[in-house]
Design a protein around this ligand. Structure first.
Ligand code: LLP
Length: 434
């Protein structure tokens, strides 16, 4: 009886057929690679990603976009490791970036600058200059103050910056408050009522060239309805903007599509886009260039984090399973009380099950990876924290002077090391003693 594995993860339990160990039980594999063997060879904590799972997730978008003028701009904040970016760049994706650092990474990984869009409420002058120099496709601007600065910088170097304004559609994405971005109370976007005037303002700026409109209502969205509501509101705005003689070439619907963490059933990307295109076509915008900015749904279920059980610590109120990965490697549980499935890489059938909290070594009670999990494990066993391809390594820190984990990308039977384990001297490389 193997644990449930998330949709689209390329994970499966294999029972070795002609194993030297006749008693050997099922063993978790990612594509054709044994995760136990990877943990032994590369140690833990270790992130392991499946290239096939990423490309399968992308294929759902490209299927939804068949016959359309559309571009997937991977929101690289979800996982910005160079080799991951390279996979998407080679597959023809553009990138949604939010910093100069992300721009440099995308270019390093082979991104086409024209397919890069730059989101975020707080772009600095230096970042704007860097992105103009690189020749990116669009700045997704979030305020009039930002328009002014971008205009000034572009004029200064004799360019016209391509811009889209991020609309705040005031739609409830019904997700965690920290990752909901399309409500009036959020810091994101330009309020619906102010959008047309903002476009008139942008169109009058000599250093700017209006190219599109965008919105993004939140993350880990598992319903189609909020997307359709946001699309309706955005298309209303396009009509109103175009009556002012300003033409909008591309429509960017943002990212946000959720994944299966705990039996969640978000629509598949092609089903979501079939529903969106029905609306877009019905409203007469089917010929426009369409952009989307998915992050989590392209990489979330393509990755796991392997961690070793250090100690079992039974207690009066709680039992603890102390592992070598922590909140600095996997911050989502501590930050959002997020659920990640945790499974044994080699499930043990001969020991009893205990309900335990899976916790890391960091000195905070908030350092937990899973609560009240039924596990049959002993010290030395390897666990896999699932759905760890998105917002895990990219949010990892050095808290407690812990070195960041190594990363492996699996392609069929081959395991590529895409990031070496950090060393302590890497951490203090830029520090100075008095
Ligand atoms: N576009 C914009 C403008 C965004 O702000 C985001 C995510 C995306 C696209 C990609 O959204 P996705 O498709 O990945 O849902 N750290 C949080 C998620 C933060 C999302 C921030 N913005 C988490 O771990 O759940």
């Amino acid at each position: 009886m193997s644990p449930r594995l998330p949709q689209g993860s390329q994970l499966h339990y294999l029972t070795p057929r002609d194993s030297e160990l006749p008693q050997a039980g099922p063993e978790l594999h990612l594509e054709g690679v044994s995760l136990q063997a990877l943990a032994q060879a590369h140690h833990t904590p270790l992130f392991v990603y499946s290239k096939a799972a990423m490309l399968e997730a992308l294929a759902a978008y490209t299927a939804g976009f068949a016959g359309r003028n559309a571009l997937v701009c991977y929101a690289m904040k979800a996982n910005s490791s160079l080799a991951v970016l390279q996979v998407f760049a080679q597959a023809g994706c553009g990138f949604d970036i939010v910093s100069g650092g992300e721009l440099a990474r995308a270019l390093k990984a082979g991104a086409d600058p024209e397919k890069i869009i730059f989101s975020g409420v707080g772009k600095t002058r230096a970042e704007m200059t860097q992105a103009l120099g690189a020749g990116i496709g669009c700045f997704n601007v979030e305020s009039l103050a930002e328009l002014d600065v971008l205009n000034e910088i572009a004029l200064g170097i004799g360019q016209r910056a391509p811009v889209s304004l991020r609309v705040n559609p005031d739609v409830d994405a019904k997700t965690h408050p920290y990752i909901s971005t399309g409500l009036k109370g959020n810091k994101f976007g330009i309020g619906h009522a102010d959008v047309v005037a903002a476009y008139e303002y942008a169109a009058a700026c000599k250093g700017l060239r209006v190219v599109g409109i965008d919105c993004h209502i939140g993350s880990q969205i598992v319903d189609t309805a909020p997307y359709l509501d946001a699309a309706d509101r955005m298309l209303d705005l396009v009509e109103a903007i175009e009556t002012k003689g300003i033409s909008i070439q591309h429509l960017d619907f943002g990212g946000g599509l959720g994944i299966d963490y705990a039996g969640d059933t978000p629509p598949k990307a092609n089903a979501l886009w079939a529903a969106l295109f029905e609306k877009i076509d019905a409203r007469g915008f089917g010929e426009r260039k369409i952009l989307t900015e998915p992050g989590r749904s392209l990489v979330g279920n393509a990755g796991v984090c392997l961690t070793e059980v250090l100690y079992l610590k039974p207690g009066e109120q709680k039992n603890f399973c102390i592992v070598d990965a922590a909140m600095n490697d996997l911050p989502r549980p501590a930050m959002y009380q997020a659920f990640h499935e945790i499974v044994a890489v080699q499930p043990k059938l001969d020991i009893g099950t205990t309900t335990m909290d899976v916790v890391g070594p960091v000195c905070e009670s908030g350092d937990w990876l899973g609560r009240d999990r039924d596990l049959s494990v002993e010290a030395g066993d390897i666990l896999a924290v699932l759905s760890a391809g998105a917002y895990s390594m990219s949010m990892a820190s050095n808290y407690n002077t812990r070195n960041r984990a190594a990363e492996i990308l699996v392609d069929a039977e081959v395991a590529h090391v895409i990031r070496e384990r950090e060393r302590t001297q890497d951490q203090w490389r830029s520090e100075h003693l008095l």
